[in-house]
Design a protein around this ligand. Sequence first.
Ligand SMILES: [Zn+2]
Length: 293
Amino acid sequence: MIKKLAITGGTHGNELTGVYLVKKWQKSPKLVERSSFITVTQLMNQQAIKEVRRYIDHDLNRSFGLSALADKTLDSYEAKLAKELNGLLGKKGGCNPNVDFIVDLHTTTSNMGLSIVVSNESVTTWRAIAYLCQMQPKLKVYRWRGDIENSFVDSIAPHGFAIEVGAVPQGVLRADLFLETEALVYHLLDFVEKENQGEILALTDELEVYEHEKLLDYPRDEQGDIVAMVHQERQGRDFTLIEQGEPLFLTLENQTITYEGDPRYTLFVNESAYYEKGFAMTLAQKVKVVIKY
Ligand SMILES: [Zn+2]
């Protein structure tokens, strides 16, 4: 039973879809109200939102690791904010969480379309995803397994995931993606309402998912500076197969660097925020995930 669900936006202050959806729902809370549970909406990184920046000191969406939350010596803006938000929407790993389900709204400069990033294994989370895929067939699911410890916003609640939509530049609203994200959130609320009321939902037995394998960095020089770009033939090709010998990067001297490896799907291709993190794209494999009852 989900008693409380949180819709969070502005975890990254320059991703405006989530910021303005939350503002919309704070003006008109009836839109996200349902009879069997409470919906809360939260603007996460308010200073970064004001400055239209991803973050002030470091990435808030990598700040919810248990050890970081427990470390009182960490006093950066986001470290303190993460502790505050964990008190409000967590606490992470606690037996009496304030919120049962978190959906965290993001955008990406990559051509990810309408997608879910999930690292939670809970049955409820995966049933919700199966329902959303049924309601929105073009929705794609990316299972993240990149970090040693999951430190995403949605990890502080027992159930949840992030919605990633793109391509949209940072600091920009795109009406089509705004509407699609909004519709997806309403489907999620409908799902929770139906589950809470014991409605038997005919969900698929298994779901096609893009399973994280590894992050691929740009070619760099000895100083760590980038010496090649994502190749023009790979640009925009998210959730698309790349095979041995296909163009991957283009050096500043116009030399093509090809992909060497087994066939994989490329995701988050040329995402602006990931230059500093040191990756040009994610490689993933397509797998089936069994949906449990
Ligand atoms: Zn984001």
